[in-house]
Design a protein around this ligand. Structure first.
Ligand SMILES: Cc1cc2nc3c(=O)[nH]c(=O)nc-3n(C[C@H](O)[C@H](O)[C@H](O)COP(=O)(O)OP(=O)(O)OC[C@H]3O[C@@H](n4cnc5c(N)ncnc54)[C@H](O)[C@@H]3O)c2cc1C
Length: 542
């Protein structure tokens, strides 16, 4: 058996973040990855032609910007390990079928001017919404990068002040309810409604209303981080950090089981029978549906509840293309936003398209969004060329019963044809080569993305916060198996590039009273608690 202090199962960014904190704390860390490459959903690969580097999954690093990992550069990923970001403006833009556009800028007044093109009243409403979003942001951000507070206590606290009650009301509303309260214009409502879609939710889904405030708050405070060299540069910097602290990161190692003795995780066994000892802890990216099979000694009712967690009916399909030249919208404008959403002219079409997915069908209107990040980082392609990263939402099981492996290229053509209504140069003659990942490919690249759900499990209120993925597993720990810590998009705070492995590392530090880079676990905890309690105190005064 090969000995280590900490074994991390999976080289997704969350496992790497947890591993890097613990390596920095002096632990001997070993990361084991099943794929031939590292990074899970945070990876940049030559998927099409040599010299064209595509972000296969995540491309927009939003929430991690507020994580002290980057905000305070706690592990020196920027100072020492080469991680660099640019923050293009505007971060996001809706492009409607009739050629009109609506951008969110980092500057509030510029966004108001955009909205005023459609409705002056809505521009004033946006000012109110974004002020509220900025007010709530410290409280929201303060809860994202550590273990979540118990839900009962959190709601009891919110219930004590007017602002807390308002926050709670919004949490329970649908995105659509919130948008109707603020805005009158169809396109303004649709622009913000599409944001809920990025969470694989219909805007009509109840308990998604806070998402608009979180998105607007983050856009204004941080924008969207585009890593120079590609999304995978975050992965590369974390691996460099782990190795620099004496750790190891291995590919092509498929972990079959987490071993446990006397109610405590002791290591892992691979599918080829190799065992790796973890004298202090195992940190693992295990989807809740697989916990029961993979973890020795887990309490049966905990495994059953995990297996019953629900996956979104909305799966993701992507097209990555190597392009002759940078994209131009019809009319000649260059791509200026990081995320671009291609939208119909009537909001109802968007809502009904999400309903189609709810019933297991294809959406009547393609829900295509795209990025072309070579517009901001030319280092990813040969000179003068560009890349396209387009996504759409589909059912995991096709309603016609056909397999995705046989039909994905047909669907990719549907997406590209739809895009050509908005973009001048996305025809066959403009595309040098393309790569399509169907929902089935998505789950092949990482077991986190089961059934093409890029957030692992659905982001519903009953699978959020301290109840994500289940109430028993919400603290990153596993009842019945001490020293096993869970990371993944199915854990708090959910899918996305959050660097949430920091919370799992903190949990380990609390359990073992370890220090990180000279910062005590209490110190880290205090910073986070201060941010949360300051926001709650402010709410209580009102
Ligand atoms: C198409 C797509 C686009 C996205 N776009 C964005 C975006 O723009 N912005 C954003 O914030 N988020 C985005 N996301 C979501 C984001 O990529 C994920 O939420 C995030 O990468 C999850 O990170 P993770 O470390 O928790 O898990 P993962 O990235 O899934 O990593 C888990 C790793 O563990 C490995 N593993 C699992 N089990 C084992 C085992 N038994 N043995 C060995 N290795 C194992 C897997 O192979 C994988 O490498 C996107 C996701 C997808 C699929």
């Amino acid at each position: 058996m090969i000995k280590n202090d900490i074994v991390v199962v999976g080289s997704g960014h969350n496992g790497l973040v947890a591993g890097a904190y613990l390596a920095a704390a002096g632990k001997r860390v070993l990361v084991l990855e099943r794929n031939a490459w590292f990074g899970g959903g945070v990876v940049t690969r030559e998927l099409t032609l040599p010299g064209f580097r595509h972000d296969q999954h995540s491309m927009a690093h939003i929430f991690i910007q507020a994580n002290p990992l980057l905000a305070a550069d706690e592990l020196k990923l920027k100072e020492k390990y080469g991680l660099r970001y640019v923050f293009p403006d505007p971060p996001m833009m809706s492009v409607f079928e009739d050629g009109s556009t609506l951008a969110i800028h980092r500057d509030r007044e510029r966004t108001c001017a955009e909205i005023a093109k459609f409705s002056r009243k809505d521009a004033d409403a946006y000012r109110r919404l974004s002020e509220q979003a900025a007010g709530w942001l410290p409280m929201v951000a303060g809860t994202l990068f550590s273990a979540p507070a118990p839900l009962g206590a959190s709601f009891a606290m919110l219930d004590q002040a007017r602002e807390g009650r308002e926050f709670w009301r919004v949490v329970q509303m649908s995105t659509h309810d919130v948008l109707c309260e603020y805005f009158e214009h169809d396109k303004v409502r649709m622009h913000f409604a599409r944001i809920a879609g990025e969470n694989l939710c219909s805007p009509d889904e109840k308990a998604t209303g806070l998402g608009v405030f979180v998105f607007v708050g983050f856009m204004e405070a941080y924008g969207i981080g585009v890593p120079i060299g590609g999304s995978g540069q975050l992965t590369a910097s974390l691996i460099a950090c782990i190795k620099d602290h004496g750790g190891e990161v291995l590919s092509n190692v498929d972990v079959a089981r987490v071993l446990a003795r006397n109610g405590r995780a002791t290591g892992v066994a691979t599918t080829t029978g190799q065992e790796y000892e973890a004298s202090e802890a195992v940190i693992a990216a295990i989807h809740p549906h697989q916990l029961g099979q993979m973890v020795e000694g887990i309490e049966p009712q905990v495994a059953r509840a995990a297996e019953a967690t629900q996956i979104s009916p909305i799966a993701c399909i992507t097209v990555h293309a190597a392009l002759q030249a940078p994209l131009r919208f019809r009319g000649g404008a260059a791509v200026s936003a990081v995320m671009n959403e291609l939208l119909p002219t009537r909001y109802e079409q968007l809502r009904r398209s999400f309903d189609d997915l709810r019933y297991g069908g294809f959406s009547r209107y393609p829900l295509v969004g795209f990025g072309s990040l070579t517009a901001f980082d030319a280092s990813r392609v040969p000179e003068g060329r560009a890349t396209l990263h387009a996504w759409d939402y589909v059912p995991y099981e096709r309603p016609d019963g056909k397999s995705w492996d046989e039909t994905k290229h047909e669907y990719a053509q549907r997406m590209l044809e739809h895009m050509s209504g908005f973009i001048e140069n996305v025809g066959a003659e403009d595309i040098l080569q393309y790569h399509c990942d169907s929902p089935v490919d998505m789950e092949r690249t990482s077991s986190s993305f089961k059934r093409g759900d890029l957030h692992g499990i659905a982001t519903t209120s009953y699978q959020s916060g301290a109840h994500r993925p289940t109430p028993e597993l919400g603290q990153f720990t596993v009842p019945g198996v001490e020293r096993l810590y869970l990371v993944g998009p199915f854990q708090h705070p959910g899918g996305g590039v959050f660097g949430a492995g920091r919370g799992a590392a903190m949990k380990y530090m609390e359990d073992t009273k370890a220090n990180v880079s000279g910062v005590t676990r209490r110190g880290l905890r205090r910073v986070l608690e201060f941010a949360v309690s300051r926001a709650f105190r402010k709410a209580a005064r009102q």
